[in-house]
Design a protein around this ligand. Structure first.
Ligand SMILES: NC(=O)c1ccc[n+]([C@@H]2O[C@H](COP(=O)([O-])OP(=O)(O)OC[C@H]3O[C@@H](n4cnc5c(N)ncnc54)[C@H](O)[C@@H]3O)[C@@H](O)[C@H]2O)c1
Ligand SMILES: [Zn+2]
Ligand SMILES: [Zn+2]
Length: 345
């Protein structure tokens, strides 16, 4: 089968690989229909994760058909259309019992990282009963792909951890696919003000279309002054969806007393945490890796057409063109790329 294989820093290639087989009775083999490239995959490509083995097939988001189910799999059978969660979970360990699936003792984020992933014709999914979800006919395959990672990430680690409430003023720093997912799912909870902050004008314009009440270009505007002019003391919730010191700094400076800072971005270096200014502010600061515990709820919300998700999808490629797709996504700002769908047919 064709698969996108990692060979180290800036070295990926589309190669011929053997089709995966069932290794444990709880596994399922999925014929991948559609997948995508995540910001996290770009990080891997750029050498952020040297721990990944040479030869690993990348990718952790996708939708497909069950090709074969192991003998202990009870929830899925050959031919079922399934959403592949970016998080694999056993459902029975200490962390799974607390719904902290991302910390599953025999799972977590392993796909396209510790085990072969979904940027391929077929993928083996361990603990299939807990790691796959049936896709209702009312959801398009390419929309379903957005439910593997970005929508639950934005919803759980941004909106829920940030405790967005009706009437709140919230700020989202980072208008990438994850920040846009925060923007969309925050609207379940009716905040009155949603400020999107980024340096990419195209993405800011799209944020406005998707429900942001205000946009700020932090590359050209004074963020603090603009926030003050909109909300006075600061926002009730600041959500960090970039993962660099500069954007953490924006979040810690724009919150009012009693606020929440929800960090979603994956950070590679230390930040300057201004505890000497913040200790007095009665803040709640949260961090985390997506658990995908709200995926079933999001599937229902998406199938009820609650979101304008098509606008997040900017490009389509065939699996045979995936190396080119990586190059387009690497130049996301210039190419106006947000979410790229890779089609296996
Ligand atoms: N916590 C989790 O479970 C989880 C899951 C998935 C992704 N992530 C992380 O979330 C983050 C966002 O993911 P994404 O796919 O949307 O990434 P992305 O790179 O597509 O988007 C990041 C956005 O930040 C903007 N940006 C960059 N520098 C900026 C600055 N100085 N000021 C303001 N904006 C700036 C970019 O223009 C871009 O629009 C990444 O760090 C990713 O690894 C976390
Ligand atoms: Zn992802
Ligand atoms: Zn577990």
């Amino acid at each position: 089968m064709k698969a996108l294989v990692y060979h180290g820093d800036h070295n990926i290639a589309l190669e011929e690989r053997p089709k995966p087989t069932i290794l444990n009775p709880t596994d399922a083999i999925i014929r991948v229909l559609k997948t995508t490239i995540c910001g996290t995959d770009l990080g891997i490509y750029k050498g952020k994760n040297p721990e990944i083995a040479d030869g690993r097939i990348l990718g952790h988001e996708g939708v497909g058909l069950v090709e074969e189910a192991g003998e202990s799999v009870t929830q899925f059978k050959k031919g079922d259309k399934v959403l592949i969660s970016c998080i694999t979970s056993c459902g029975s360990c200490e962390y799974c019992k607390k719904q902290l699936y991302s910390h599953c003792k025999d799972g977590g984020w392993i796909l396209g990282y510790m085990i072969d992933g979904v940027q391929a014709e077929y993928v083996r999914i361990p603990h299939a009963d807990n790691s796959l979800y049936k896709v209702p006919a009312s959801i398009d395959d390419e929309i379903a792909v957005l439910l593997s990672d970005i929508l639950p990430t934005g919803h759980e680690i941004g909106v829920q951890y940030g405790q967005v409430k009706p009437g709140d003023a919230i700020a989202i720093v980072g208008a990438g696919p994850v920040g846009m997912s925060v923007l969309l799912t925050a609207q379940f909870y009716s905040p009155s003000i949603i400020i999107m902050i980024d340096i990419d004008e195209n993405r800011l314009d799209l944020a406005k279309e998707l429900g942001a009440t205000h946009i700020i270009n932090s590359g050209s505007e004074n963020v603090l002054e603009t926030i003050q002019s909109i909300v006075g003391d600061g926002v009730d919730v600041a959500i960090e969806a970039v993962g660099i010191p500069a954007t953490w700094d924006i979040c810690q400076k724009i919150v009012k007393p009693g606020a929440h800072i929800a960090n979603v971005g994956v950070h590679g270096v230390k930040v300057d945490f201004e505890i000497e200014k913040l200790w007095i502010k009665n803040l709640t600061i949260t961090t985390g890796l997506v658990n995908t515990n709200t995926t079933p709820m999001l599937i229902k919300a998406v199938s009820a057409n609650r979101f304008d998700l098509k606008k997040l999808i900017t490009h389509h490629f065939k699996l045979g063109e995936i190396e080119e797709a990586y190059q387009i996504f690497l130049n996301g700002a210039k190419e106006k790329a947000l979410k790229i769908i890779i089609d296996n047919n």
